[in-house]
Design a protein around this ligand. Structure first.
Ligand code: AGP
Length: 604
């Protein structure tokens, strides 16, 4: 996702900005840019693709003496990854960089356009700089104009703005997206959206809080809170270890990514929910014209999210849905008919089997859609339409936040199709949308829960295997729980439909067989409970996950109160992810890079 850097001082500003952006590369991006204000003049450079392209463009540009500069790596959300959409964005004599989403940008843009302002990009960000300059013309005071602008923005943001009207300052604001300033003994000031770019340059760091805004010069740090009260910065000693800075204090990237799920799901939902309909600006409704079946195709975790989608599509959209494991689909000479929409799902957009399946579907003349986390990936370039999951870069080989955002997209898509096909009444769609808004709070990791799972994990290190069981959409979640555990603990685990255990696997039941039972209160509770009781009667060791206390279990993990089964799904997802993580840590495994696995499987 996007990254921000800023610098104010006498050193080589260009190099400091480029080096800072390089430190943020791991977050993923598709274009980058910098703007430097020196001796009253701006220099601005932007490039699509990797940072080497920006380096190439700036190779003849030199910065000497005092200057202020801002830089940005962009992960496209509003508008394609083009140079015009890359940050920094220019007004008449100011530049801005921004992370987050300005939710009221369309209204502000309309007003600015009607007063004669021309916009160059499709981004939400560009309104910030024009709004600032509009306010500056009225007040003639750059700080007042900036403060007024910040108050007029709704949404999430981390903003840096530089202007010829105040050439010795950088203006900043933070709401919902991270931003910090670092200092050192040489009176330099470094801004960034995370620690890594300033490590090695700064000794102390102030992390801005939501609602903070202000300006910084060589001699002054002026921070104001949301009530316009001036406040003192709280400088902390900066940790000097880059890898742990990237992990934000978490032991592993996987752990960090589990904790990030609340934020990334908010990003996935942002701008896509209205009162009673789902908005996917990126797809054309005609994609669904003449479609009477959906075929979902993917590998691994993405296949599990596809399977989850099949329940939602049939339940809410009332559309026939079939599932394909990509590696199987390729060689079984499938029959394809043109009334089928072929949907591929992939975190990376590069998985060889899924990519080949997509090519086959295209060659057969099917309409295609990709649900993907990486813009500009091979699948995104090939498919007719794309919905991006906005999970940000996922480093842990065991996928967590990519899965969570895929499920979120599928839940939205099932309602989008339901609206098109009139398969669900408006009030029911509105209710589902209000549930979607609740996901971020249900996936926030609670310290007590994590602690409980940490303690519990020591009882699940041996034994002859695990069964994760669930019914309906909790079956693909069971499959995903088992896959997570296998990948990073190297213990044998299977996902199974609860009702199917008695048709064979129950023969394995004994105290050394661990059953992780998913028992949602709002979906087939009684049926699932009986299936677990059958296992309990045969002395399998049972760990039940539910809202409702279950006395037949050896261990019980209680999730918070949820008013719908899909919210229970997300709560249980966190539990199975944490359980795998803690078992793997206890076994001393490399959680982020498990043996024999690669993050992106680009071979058959
Ligand atoms: C998930 O934990 C796995 N590492 C793996 O199953 C993965 O989901 C699969 O290889 C598909 O990858 P993709 O989503 O990038 O296509």
């Amino acid at each position: 996702m996007c990254g921000i850097v800023g610098y104010l001082g006498k050193k080589n500003t260009k190099q400091i900005l480029l080096d800072g952006l390089k430190e943020l590369e791991y977050r993923g991006y598709d274009s980058a840019g910098i703007a430097v204000l020196q001796n009253g003049e701006f220099s601005n450079f932007k490039a699509v693709g990797k940072l080497v392209n920006l380096e190439e463009k700036t190779k003849d540009f030199k910065t000497d003496g005092f200057s202020v500069g801002i830089g940005h790596t962009r992960w496209a959300t509003h508008g394609k990854p083009t140079e015009l959409n890359a940050h920094p964005h220019l007004g008449e004599s100011s530049y801005v960089v921004h992370n987050g989403i300005i939710e009221n940008y369309a209204t502000l843009k309309k007003e600015l356009q009607s007063s004669g302002i021309t916009f160059l990009s499709q981004t939400d960000t560009e309104v910030i700089v024009h709004q600032f300059e509009k306010n500056l013309k009225i007040s003639n005071n750059p700080f007042e104009a900036f403060a007024k602008t910040v108050k007029e923005l709704h949404g999430a943001y981390a903003i840096l703005l530089v202007t010829k009207a105040e050439p010795n300052a950088i203006f900043f604001a933070k709401q919902g997206s991270p931003m910090l300033v670092g200092i050192n003994a040489e009176d330099e000031k470094y801004f960034a959206s995370s620690d890594t770019p300033i490590i090695g340059h700064c000794t102390n760091v102030n992390y801005f809080e939501d609602g903070d805004y202000g300006y910084i010069t060589s001699s002054e740090i002026a921070i104001f809170d949301k009530d316009k009260k001036r406040k003192e910065p709280k400088f902390l000693t900066l940790l000097q270890n880059k890898l742990s800075a990237q992990k934000n204090g978490f032991r592993f990237f996987m752990e960090k990514e589990i904790y990030e799920q609340s934020d990334v799901i908010s990003d996935t939902l942002m701008g896509r929910l209205s009162e009673n309909e789902i908005i996917f600006d990126e797809i054309d409704k005609t994609l669904f014209d003449g479609i009477s079946e959906i075929k979902l195709c993917a590998c691994g975790t993405s296949y599990h999210s596809a399977m989850s989608a099949s329940y939602l599509f049939e339940r809410y959209s009332r559309i026939k849905t079939s599932l394909e494991i990509a590696s199987e689909f390729r060689y079984r000479e499938p029959v394809m008919s043109s009334d089928t929409l072929f949907i591929v799902i992939s975190q990376s957009g590069e998985t060889a089997d899924t990519l080949e399946a997509l090519k086959m579907a295209k060659a057969s003349g099917l309409k295609t859609l990709v649900i993907c986390n990486v813009d500009n990936s091979s699948m995104v370039r090939l498919a007719d339409a794309t919905i991006l999951t906005r999970a940000g870069i996922e480093k842990g080989v065991a996928s967590t936040k990519a899965f969570a955002t895929q499920i979120t997209v599928f839940w939205m898509l099932s309602l989008y199709i339901a609206k098109l096909k009139n398969s669900l009444e408006d009030n029911k769609i509105a209710k589902q949308i209000s549930l979607l808004r609740e996901i971020p709070s249900h996936v926030k990791v609670n310290d007590d829960l994590h602690e409980r799972i940490k303690r519990l994990s020591k009882r699940y290190l041996h034994g002859h295997g695990f069964f994760f069981i669930g019914r309906d959409i909790f079956y693909p979640l069971a499959l995903e729980g088992a896959l997570k555990l296998k990948e990073i603990s190297y213990l044998h685990a299977e996902g199974y439909p609860s009702g199917e255990m008695k048709h064979g696997p129950i023969a394995l039941a004994d105290p050394e067989l661990f059953t992780i039972a998913l028992l949602p209160k709002h979906l087939h509770y009684e049926k699932s409970k009986s299936n677990v009781e059958e296992l309990s009667a045969r002395d399998s060791t049972i760990c039940a996950i539910s809202q409702i206390e279950f006395e037949k279990a050896d261990d019980f993990v209680q999730i918070s109160e949820c008013r719908d089964y899909m919210l229970e799904f997300f709560e249980m997802m966190i539990v199975v992810q944490l359980l795998s993580l803690e078992i793997s840590i206890r076994l001393g495994n490399d959680v982020d890079m498990p043996r024999n696995l690669a993050k992106s499987v680009t071979v058959e």
